[in-house]
Design a protein. Structure first.
Length: 248
């Protein structure tokens, strides 16, 4: 697949670059450039990112970082069985528990929330850093909701991290998940409060808390471009009607 000339492969994380040093130089460069494309495209065009990840995987399947990238690309395209297999491979290679929450979420994606819940109770969770533990809590709450245990999902999200006024990278998503669960439980006033708190913490737009708040308040957004097109169409129709009248 084509890779822009300005993508050199040097853009990758230094730890990944270190892993690629086990490969011949030219091969390492090719793999690095494909991994850069995965990172660039995974949010805006996950299917393309997945295609680049398959190339990297074909070139260097014994590199943990490549297996991890392939896993995230498959995850982004909802290929959960494939993603889980890649994450497991990466974990075997590194021994790290870092991927434990996303592995559990793959189980949810495969329609096995009970397995995700079981993973939430495994010793690996205690080895995660704070961000990983919060992520595991989000996955566990999602699994509870999958199983129809809404009240349990709400309780799962109630944690010191949720109550804290400190803004951390996970704060917006945690507050948003709590608000969403409250709303599904019919606790609208509380949900609105927590959507507002999520928006307050959401500095990079990782949630649609503002849209959810507007929806709850009955605010409708009008696409200005579409409105202009509709106006132009109405004007054209009026002109045609006038022309028809003149001809008659």
């Amino acid at each position: 697949m084509p890779i822009p000339a300005d993508v050199t492969g040097d853009e990758i994380d230094k730890d990944v670059r270190q892993e690629l040093m086990s490969l011949p130089k030219t091969l390492a460069e090719d793999v690095a450039r494909n991994l850069v494309m995965v990172a660039k495209l995974i949010d805006e065009d996950p299917e393309q990112a997945y295609a680049y990840s398959r190339i990297a995987l074909r070139l260097a399947s014994r590199v943990a970082a490549v297996r991890e990238a392939a896993g995230f690309a498959a995850y982004a395209t909802q290929k959960y069985a494939e993603a889980l297999a890649e994450f497991r491979a990466a974990r075997r290679m590194t021994g790290s528990v870092e991927l434990w929450p996303v592995m559990a979420d793959c189980e949810r994606g495969l329609g096995r929330p009970e397995r995700a819940m079981a993973m939430a109770g495994e010793p690996e969770v205690q080895k995660l850093d704070k961000a990983g533990q919060v992520e595991m809590r989000l996955v566990a709450a999602g699994a509870r909701r999958d199983m129809g245990q809404l009240d349990a999902a709400i309780v799962t999200l109630q944690s010191p991290e949720l109550a804290s006024n400190s803004i951390q990278p996970w704060t917006a998503r945690l507050r948003y998940a709590y608000a969403d669960a409250l709303l599904e439980a019919g606790r609208e006033d509380e949900a609105r409060e927590w959507f507002a708190k999520a928006l307050e913490a959401d500095k990079d737009g990782s949630t649609d808390a503002s849209d959810r708040l507007a929806e709850m308040d009955g605010v409708e957004f009008v696409d200005a471009a579409m409105e202009d097109e509709d106006t132009d169409a109405d004007d054209d129709a009026e002109e045609l009607d006038a022309e028809d009248g003149d001809q008659r």
